[in-house]
Design a protein around this ligand. Structure first.
Ligand code: GLN
Length: 499
């Protein structure tokens, strides 16, 4: 095979095209996310008494599906399309989603989310695998390549809420969503120019031209898949809108929506299948798989608290934080800002500790990461003591909270990703990667649960500052306890996970 030969700053030149493509894709993803909850509460569900609950349910279902779809997108890319075609298809679907969001209409709203779900499924897993494929096995630059890539993600995640938030506030929601769509198109342009300049060598092509061109029902597979992807959007839109509050009536599902139920059922299947894999594995593999499952489980809990930033924390910022330079949507930039500042120092710290043979083992890093998440919510819960007469708390608490949880993220997310590949037997490594992505999907089920618990119900539009403050502070305090509890459990069982 032809290896990508050109280099830039000591890395394959292709990395920089993927860097900018992913930067702009995440720009669109996080720009939209910054506006999403506020848009639902203030526009889509404005008339409902339980608008917070409805918004929490949709946010959670959207988040669950947006990550679960990556399992399917990764699989289709492996078997039929290859990474290049998948990334183009995903990017186009996501751009359509963002532009449909710019239309002011409730049906368009759910359809738009559905397009983003399907699009992300094709885009996100494949651009990440593409980065890995630029390096040969055992190339020591791979880790730093991923660190650079994670930077790109967060540059997009930093800039987008600031810009889309500003547009949304100054000119209207739809301009903010529209800019997200433009960001996605810019991302695709970078990817396309990388292909034009031939910086990817022969990477990312379909597994075989024959498979790509094979006809099913008279249509080539590479054409059939985009058609199916488009047609699945209305179905997903229906699932997303299935929360009872949207229809107004109650259903046999009670407080759940269809997406919750599906995730529960699928959860049982996954647990069963994992049990079967553990049973089949050799004793040596079993030990490793056990550690892989363990870190994925705790990653789920971490993301479950972390992803509250787009829902409960954004609403808290809007209702109870004294903001002066930035608005509530724009506070979504803080996480990425800290990641940009801290990712290089922290990766240098691990390198330094490795040299001294003091680098903590992965389970310990995970324990510390979760403890930091707990601490971050503890700090936020303390903000209640400094509330003014309107129930508004100082911005500094939010700054410290995001600092702590971002350090926690850097202790877990990049570390975990590389560990999963190390710990999984080769024959099921892509399945385990799927499980890794599903951890983010299940995290959103937790986000939905917490979001409903911390919903502030009110039949008039103005919510009294202290009503919401009390709900949030009590919730943050509980989250802190659970996160720290989970951290203690990890730290206690870590010595057992020695090898
Ligand atoms: N912030 C990172 C990204 O957007 C990780 C998100 C996740 O895996 N849940 O890629």
């Amino acid at each position: 095979t032809q290896a990508p030969s050109k280099e830039l700053f000591g890395h394959p030149a292709g990395l920089f095209y993927l860097f900018f493509a992913e930067l702009w894709e995440r720009f669109s993803f996080y720009g939209m996310r910054a506006l999403l909850t506020l848009y639902m509460v203030n526009e889509i569900f404005e008339a409902l008494v339980n608008r917070d609950t409805a918004a929490a349910a949709v946010y959670a279902s959207y988040g669950s599906l947006v990550y679960a779809s990556t399992v399917i997108g990764g699989r289709i890319s492996d078997t039929i399309l290859g990474m290049r075609q998948s990334i183009f298809l995903g990017g186009i679907l996501m751009a359509i989603g963002h532009f449909v969001l710019a239309i002011e209409n409730n049906v368009a709203f759910f359809l738009a989310l559905a397009f983003i779900v399907v699009g992300n499924g094709f885009f996100k897993p494949n651009i990440s695998t593409f980065v890995g494929s630029l390096y040969k096995d055992g190339d020591l630059r791979k880790d730093s390549g991923f660190t650079i890539f994670y930077m790109g993600i967060n540059i997009g995640g930093f800039a987008a809420p600031l810009l889309c938030g500003w547009l949304g506030r100054t000119y209207g929601w739809h301009y903010g969503f529209g800019l997200a769509g433009i960001g996605m198109l810019i991302g695709l342009l970078f990817f396309w120019s990388g292909i034009r300049k031939n910086v990817f060598g022969d990477k990312g092509l379909p597994p075989s031209v024959e498979v790509n061109e094979r006809k099913v029902m008279g249509v080539k597979q590479k054409q059939l898949i985009p058609i199916i992807a488009f047609l699945s959007a209305p179905l997903i839109a229906f699932l997303l809108s299935s929360y009872q509050a949207v229809g107004g009536g109650t259903t046999f599902l009670g407080d759940q929506n269809i997406v919750n139920v599906i995730f529960k059922l699928v959860g049982f299947v996954i647990v069963g299948y994992l049990g079967y894999i553990l049973y089949q594995a050799s004793p040596e593999e079993r030990k490793k798989l056990f550690v892989a499952i363990f870190i994925t489980l705790f990653m789920t809990i971490f993301w479950g608290f972390h992803e509250l930033s787009g829902s409960v924390i954004t609403l808290f910022a809007a209702r109870n934080v004294n903001l002066s330079f930035i608005d509530a949507a724009q506070t979504n930039s803080l996480n990425s800002m800290y990641i940009i500042i801290l990712s290089i120092p922290i990766s240098l710290l691990w390198a330094y500790l490795s040299k001294k043979k003091l680098n903590p083992r992965t389970p310990y890093k995970f324990g510390l990461g979760l403890a930091l998440a707990g601490l971050s919510f503890y700090v936020l819960s303390l903000s209640g003591n400094s509330a003014d007469e309107n129930g508004m708390v100082p911005f500094s608490y939010l700054l410290v909270m995001y600092f702590l949880i971002s350090v926690g993220e850097l202790f877990m997310s990049p570390v975990g990703l590389s560990k999963i590949t190390d710990l999984s037997p080769k024959r099921i490594v892509s399945f385990m990667m799927g499980i890794w992505f599903l951890s983010s999907a299940y995290a959103f089920q937790l986000v939905g649960f917490i979001g409903k618990e911390l919903a502030v119900e009110s039949d008039n539009t103005e919510i009294s500052g202290f009503d919401s403050l009390n709900t949030y502070i009590g919730g943050f305090d509980l989250i802190a306890k659970y996160a720290i509890g989970a951290a203690v459990i990890i730290l206690l069982i870590s010595p057992l996970l020695k090898r």
